[in-house]
Design a protein around this ligand. Structure first.
Ligand SMILES: CC(C)(COP(=O)(O)OP(=O)(O)OC[C@H]1O[C@@H](n2cnc3c(N)ncnc32)[C@H](O)[C@@H]1OP(=O)(O)O)[C@@H](O)C(=O)NCCC(=O)NCCS
Length: 182
């Protein structure tokens, strides 16, 4: 019987991410089911994310060294689109609690053929293992998805449900994780 070989998970730096942005965004498009136009429009944003303070990223490779998944994030800060939206939605007190010295998990995707086999959990744990921030926050479509179940099982709690970001008709959940001091 053939033994399924585990994916190789690597921490990668901002330069690696810039050099492999097309490949990673292809996975983003396939995983989210987005058309090519949405993926193309994401390119400039993703490139600028790699220059943000606290940028950390991971990538997963199959045994043939093909990229099958990735994740990245950075320190969330006032003036960034996502921070400003979420701070507004959470209000001042909860923003102070959740958005100060906080890592925003911005992108996290595994190719559709490789999902449900533990690659995502391994990516997430490796990424957060290299992050020193006491809090991690993210937004994800607010429905019973594999992503949502995975975040829940990794102890993320609800900060807000059914939140609508401008320009998107889907409800989102904003989730947060408090990490034990290292
Ligand atoms: C979210 C995502 C990155 C998670 O990656 P993944 O590799 O599919 O996740 P995992 O396999 O680690 O865990 C997910 C599921 O597999 C199960 N699983 C984990 N290891 C497993 C194994 N060895 N064998 C079988 N199942 C396993 C988990 O229990 C979990 O089960 P569930 O689907 O019933 O909740 C991926 O599914 C994805 O890209 N989804 C679409 C895009 C997306 O939503 N991205 C996040 C946006 S915020």
């Amino acid at each position: 019987m053939t033994q399924l070989q585990p994916a190789r998970i690597l921490r990668v730096d901002a330069e690696w991410m810039r050099e492999h942005l097309r490949e990673t965004l292809e996975i983003y498009g396939e995983a989210m089911g987005y058309p090519a136009s949405v993926v193309e429009a994401r390119y400039g944003h993703a490139a600028s994310h790699t220059t943000r303070m606290g940028f950390e990223a991971v990538a997963a490779f199959d045994p043939a060294e093909a990229l099958i998944g990735f994740g990245y994030g950075y320190t969330t800060r006032p003036g960034q689109w996502w921070y400003d939206q979420v701070a507004d939605a959470l209000g001042r007190a909860r923003s102070r609690q959740w958005l100060r010295d906080t890592f925003e998990l911005c992108e996290f995707h595994v190719g559709p053929d490789q999902q449900g086999m533990g690659v995502g959990r391994n990516l997430l744990r490796t990424l957060l293992g290299g992050v020193a921030h006491p809090h991690v926050v993210l937004s994800t479509p607010d429905s019973d998805t594999r992503a949502f179940r995975l975040y829940r099982s990794e102890s993320f709690v609800d900060l807000m449900r059914s939140h609508y970001f401008p320009g998107d008709t889907r409800p989102f959940a904003i989730l947060g994780l408090t990490r034990r001091p290292r």
